[in-house]
Design a protein around this ligand. Sequence first.
Ligand code: SF4
Length: 84
Amino acid sequence: MIRQDIHAQNADPSKMPCRDCIYRDRDTMQIDGKTVQTGIMRATCKFFDGKRGNWKPNAVYFQNEPCPMYEWDETAERFWEEKK
Ligand code: SF4
């Protein structure tokens, strides 16, 4: 028998490179009066649209590694700075 630890892993919107990328999905949701960036937690964005297996790279989505297609959106950076 092979034993292996299993770890659940979810996308962390505060650490993903998508949080301030111009290609991010900009959908939001109001939870308890706060705006939550739900769009960036999706497996797709304007560049990686999910068609024919074109999903966000796992390393970007799950491990917050740099994305080869990332482009900085200055307005998003300001939004996240205000949340600190
Ligand atoms: S291009 Fe990369 S960094 Fe930008 S939203 Fe898509 S997956 Fe995230």
